[in-house]
Write a protein that binds this ligand. Sequence first.
Ligand SMILES: [Zn+2]
Length: 600
Amino acid sequence: MKKTIALLTSTLLTLGTTAQIKNPSAGADLIVYHAKITTLTAAQPQATALAVSGGRIYAVGNDAEILALKDGHTRLIDADGRRLIPGLEDSHMHPLNERNFTQKVKWDGVPTLKRALEMLTEQAARTPEGQWVKVTGAWSPYQFKENREPTIEELNKAVPNRPLWIQYAYNRLWLNKPAMKFFGIGTPKFKVEPGTVLHKDSKGNYSGVIDANTFVFVALDAMLPTATPEEEVSSMEYLIRDLNRFGLTTVIENSSVVPYPQGHLPIETLIKANKMNIRFPFVDLGFTYDPNKSWVDTEIERVTKISPISPGQNLNPNMEHGHEYEGTGEVLNPEVHDHENFDKPAIIIPREKMYKYAEEYTRKLIQKRIPFRVHMTYNENLTPFMDAFEEVIKTTPLDGMRWAIEHAETISDENIARIKKLGGGIALDNKMALHGEGFAKTYGIEKALYTPRFRALMNSGIPLSLTTDAFRVSPANPWTGISWAVTGRSVSGKVILAEDNRLTREEALKLYTTGAAWFENQESDKGRIAPGNLADFALLSEDYFSVPDDRIQYLQSVLTIVGGRVVYGAGKYSELSPKLGDVLPSWSPIKYFGGYHFEK
Ligand SMILES: [Zn+2]
């Protein structure tokens, strides 16, 4: 009996000790105070302090009540009266296509073409033989004071001795003389794919200017020198640093050319090294070169047989929703992809073709319960898609499964109502902020002013987000789109959205927070500063809610927190910022120019 009691006592003591270890002090891990907090909750829209424990927010209130929660282990951060917002989420971008991010010159945010050209010359001087000088999209001629594209003469002059690749969205490509030689432009070596236009100079020779579409640009890009595995990891590390700098705490990888699982190796490496500084839910593309296999069948086979993974499954053991599969998209079939190029009339897919594919693929995906997102820029293509989809769900109900349309720039009232009825979401994007002036030349300014139909879409109650679709058609900076949606002005400063088609600052912020969380089914965990939410937030360089309109585009984060952990700090908070490895390769333009160009 005595023995039993002794055993029982020691067991209880052990349990007691374990319980104490598992249940540390009641105090907060982190308290941020002296802030202007926008919570995006109805009951308590404003606060000045918040407390974090175990990666989640557990108390929000005024400084006195929250500071009372501190104990010996609490880290305190004085926000200096700055605006604090929920961490931003971009629900549609393509980071994994930037596996050679550190090899690229970034024109993102560069204010003059003059400076943009100088950057090329500077970079060419340190680019080793065999490597390229590259600007792979993420800029717009309208961002430059000169308000124009570069000429091929300027580019040949800027970089005569290294091959040069300058890509404008998926609209146009400029190749200098060494680059033309590499591809064999004008020789049988260079196959002219359908939809490709080779410009000629005044003497009738190919100039090096090429108009084409997404697939042609991606195929040509794949022929350039690739990055080493170490450079790929470095690329992701520095790309994510740029995202954190904007205040982003989640991005949805909306499919990459190298699909899951191979395409995700750099992310896996960062996770293993505990260096993953952003939540990274992903959509996977069923891409295959096999002409006898459809992309949807390929995706189904991949996730159900070859590399099994279920929607909602998280591959990052250190972070909730850290690396989570969210389904397939945004291209279900390349034959019915409506390439967006606002400099040219819309590509309209034959109705029968769209209907046939939409019917077949949506049915298969609903049966397998794989959520999907479909790229659909033009209303003319959306209509037959919806016709087929409405037929499918009569016999194959969605039963709560989520689906979404991407972009929807020219959507009609009728199709807004149809998407609403079927419970779909729409991920809008900021292309009109960058390329809207091209759109106005093609379709007229009257149409541009209501593209997309922000107000009608907001009124519809459809789950909406605003995205960048980075990194080719747009830089990853969320503030460009927020600025455009609120002020109605494009990157050139020109009015491109009608006054009654703009958003309030709070509405625009919601599209990048609570709105975005819908696209990964995480509205209860993300997008608000509220007890129970993940501790993801950003402290801003200037007050979003009181800066003049023309300052919104220059906002950035000075402190970004993911799951209660500092992932980025600037100025007074720079000491808190995690140190990154050396940028690779050693000649990387990032080393000299940084990432996104911020106004000094
Ligand atoms: Zn798209």
